[in-house]
Write a protein that binds this ligand. Structure first.
Ligand code: FNR
Length: 397
């Protein structure tokens, strides 16, 4: 079935890989927005390692086995996914495309995967919840605990099935590309931004027109619920942070567990100790994540942290992984090392930038076809069968 309208299909024609999608998005987005998505913290060492270390890992196929239709179905926290993939929560998506998280969520439902809806969405959690399919909600603390608790209440009332508590964002990472570009999230056009962004906008008229028609939004509707005046915070205010941690703390996880009956997922775990702590506090899953290399630079690739976390969790909770997953083969490698499923961030954002919902759907279907092809060629009948035996033993020199 073709994905999207003819114009969208044209924009997606020839997008066969992550690199294609990234290149196409680079032509659609103003430079500062492309860099906001593409970039990482400090020297971007961790961001690069995420991809490099995944790609250094080698597959160990079994030959002469005919696998016509490998099983991709995966169960996570009681929900069956059509493949072991979720969309990662990415704030600021309404700047990338007016349909933002609405488009991501719809495309995810169509693909049979779960979207993790960010706190920092340009659409309210209620508007997003109105579309089909199970959804998880990613939780930040924003200004204080009361704000966080009102988000939890909102997620409960709107029917989200799980909370994903992001733990690695006490303050924003040092994203030097953003500083160099003068990216403040606040793209409201005034004399200063017109001068600064004018040349970029002229070269990206499609994006500029869509952004203008959308009312140049940069407020976060989810934050309106906890200001005494009902005013939503801007993305800039959100990123600036305050005297308190922007991420929930372990104490918050403990409190949330007491009142939240749905799935509880702790995102941003890199060590066995923290994974154990999360599970001891009642988490149903942990996400091995370094935020795509956007927070603390100098930590290892998530694929290198994964075995320690899997061993520490010891089957008491599901282990998910994100950061650097670009191809179906990467998904297979993460599963072979014990991840139940992966989250994908930037690939989804590039799809959104190129063609909204149809673009996200396209990127997800690319991943699916790559997973299937890899599994067929490896002679592996189902994702449930993956274990370290499907990887080469000495890949890492
Ligand atoms: C993110 N990420 C993120 N995570 C989170 O918990 N809350 C958020 O608001 C955001 N915002 C955000 C914006 C953008 C533009 C990106 C690229 C990422 C991190 C995200 O959920 C995920 O951990 C990484 O994106 C995974 O790495 P890859 O797949 O992008 O390499």
């Amino acid at each position: 079935m073709p994905l999207g309208k003819p114009a969208q299909q044209r924009r997606l024609a020839g997008v066969l890989s992550y690199e294609d999608a990234r290149d196409r998005a680079r032509k659609v987005l103003p430079r500062l927005l492309f860099d906001y998505v593409d970039g990482g913290a400090d020297d971007e060492l961790t961001m690069r390692l995420n991809g490099e270390r995944l790609r250094r890992l080698l597959l160990r196929p079994r030959t002469g086995v005919w696998v016509p239709r490998p099983g991709l179905k995966t169960e996570v926290l009681g929900t069956t996914l059509s493949m072991p993939v979720l969309t990662a929560p990415c704030g600021g998506m309404r700047l990338v495309h007016p349909d933002g998280d609405l488009a991501v969520t719809r495309a995810a439902a169509r693909a049979g995967v779960v979207p993790v809806v960010p706190s920092g969405s340009g659409h309210s959690l209620e508007d997003i919840a109105a579309s089909d399919g199970p959804k998880w909600f990613q939780l930040y603390r924003f200004s204080d605990r009361a704000g966080m608790e009102s988000l939890v209440e909102g997620a409960r009332a709107a029917g989200y099935e799980a909370l994903v508590v992001t733990m690695d964002t006490g303050i924003a990472g040092n994203r030097e590309r953003d500083f160099r570009n003068g990216f403040s999230y606040d793209l409201r056009i005034n004399a200063g931004t017109a001068l600064r962004l004018g040349p970029q906008m002229i070269r990206r008229p499609g994006w500029a027109f869509r952004f203008w028609r959308d009312g140049m939004p940069f407020e976060l509707p989810n934050t309106a619920r906890f200001g005494s005046d009902g005013r939503a915070m801007s993305l800039t205010e959100m990123a600036r942070g305050g005297a308190e941690s922007f991420s929930p703390t372990w104490r918050d996880v403990e409190r949330i567990r007491e009142t939240w009956a749905g799935g509880l997922v702790v995102k941003g775990v890199m060590t066995g100790d923290d994974a154990r702590r999360a599970v001891d506090l009642g988490a149903d899953a942990v996400v091995v994540s370094n935020h795509g290399g956007r927070q603390l630079d100098g930590v290892p690739a998530t694929i290198d942290a994964l075995p320690e976390v899997v061993a520490a969790v010891g089957g008491r909770a599901a282990v998910l992984l994100d950061s650097g997953v670009r191809r179906g083969g990467d998904v297979v490698k993460a599963l072979a090392l014990g991840a139940r499923a992966v989250l994908v961030g930037r690939p989804v954002v590039w799809g959104l930038a190129i063609a909204g919902e149809a673009g996200v759907a396209h990127v997800l279907e690319l991943l699916r076809s790559q997973i299937i092809r890899t599994m067929c060629l490896m002679g592996c009948p189902s994702v449930a069968a993956l274990d370290p035996g499907w990887l080469w033993a000495h890949p890492r020199s």
